[in-house]
Design a protein around this ligand. Structure first.
Ligand code: SF4
Ligand code: SF4
Length: 325
């Protein structure tokens, strides 16, 4: 597996990285032991870079999969905290859940724009102090918005950019893929590390297995491409694609061919929290399904063409009635 330096962080990462959101509670809902099998397979096949977040609930999956191999793995995790105290407790929880003494890349999760970044300045200052003490090796930020990416690139204290990046621009909330590429080129000029989120547009670009990756490779500034992989067979398939091999019939036979989809069960009470949480505008409330006798104000419905299966709505639902299956 080809490796690249992640900008000027001094961290070397595999060109294919493992996105663990898919293993967690709002998607495949695997136990730590089940999820660890894919992690172990990835490591065995040369993937050394793993992306997680406290909110995904998949740090224990990494801990189990990376036992006795911690020194070989690079881990990025994230916090949404807006205060120093909350950020400190998020970091402590991540270190404990990962069973590690430091985090390679610690992200400010989902920076929206300059005001959002300014609001989290106290968290960024804390991360700088922790970096000096060696508890964090590099500071990053994940973004779904071009405006967020611009703010991050303009902030010299941030080393790594983790943007939504795919040929169709799926999942970029406030602009086109050309807009995002332009900001990434500025990040590259600054020698930031850059790795791509949603390279397959939440599965919409899966029909052509190689093209989404060729597009990202040809940009010339992407150090790693982060792909969600649920099973050891999916890991094998993606490694074969990355290394230019034909995927074997045996591997293909083990891949689930059913496309994943968002399910919203009818126990939805119509509170609207998921609609607020969906930055893609893929959810709306159907008020015609309200039922006062059951305290139901409506039914949340999804526009599947807009949904990129990020799972944020499921995290926001107080009734636990959204699943990606
Ligand atoms: S998974 Fe939920 S939050 Fe994400 S795009 Fe789909 S509907 Fe929106
Ligand atoms: S958050 Fe849950 S309960 Fe509320 S509208 Fe959405 S699906 Fe329904």
């Amino acid at each position: 597996m080809k490796k690249n330096m992640l900008g000027n962080t001094g961290i070397e990462v595999s060109e294919l990285s493992f996105g663990t959101l898919i293993l967690g509670k709002v998607q495949a809902n695997l136990t730590a032991e089940e999820g660890s099998r894919s992690v172990r397979k990835a490591l065995e096949l040369g993937i050394n870079f793993f992306d997680t977040a406290q909110s995904y609930g998949t740090e224990p999956h990494l801990r189990e999969g990376l036992r006795r191999a911690h020194d070989k793995a690079i881990i990025a995790t994230k916090t949404r905290a807006r205060t120093r105290n909350l950020a400190r407790s998020d970091l402590e929880a991540s270190l404990k859940d990962l069973d590690r003494e430091y985090i390679d890349i610690y992200h400010l999760h989902l920076i929206d724009g300059p005001q959002d970044l300014a609001d989290r300045r106290s968290v960024l200052d804390l991360l700088l102090q922790l970096k000096e003490r060696g508890l964090i090796k590099a500071i990053g930020a994940s973004v779904h918005k071009v405006e967020g990416a611009r703010a991050v690139v303009a902030e010299p204290d941030i080393d790594v950019l983790f943007p939504v990046l795919n040929s169709a621009g799926l999942g970029i909330i406030d602009g086109s893929i050309d807009d995002m590429v332009e900001v990434c080129r500025q990040a590259d000029t600054r020698k930031m590390g850059i790795y791509a989120m949603k390279p397959l547009g939440g599965g919409h670009l899966r029909k052509s297995p190689k093209e989404p990756f060729v597009f990202l490779r040809n940009l010339g500034f992407v150090h790693s491409i982060c792909v969600g992989m649920k099973s050891p067979a999916e890991v094998e398939m993606n490694v074969d694609i990355f290394e230019g091999r034909k995927v074997s019939k045996e591997t293909l036979a083990q891949i689930e061919t059913v496309s994943r989809t968002l399910r919203i069960y009818d126990r939805c009470v119509g509170c609207g929290a998921c609609v607020e949480a969906c930055a893609q505008g893929a959810l709306s409330l159907d008020r015609s399904q309200a039922d006062e006798s059951k305290g139901k104000k409506g039914q949340s419905v999804v526009d599947k063409d807009k949904c990129i299966l990020c799972g944020y709505c499921a995290e926001a639902c107080p009734e636990f009635v959204i699943r990606i299956i």
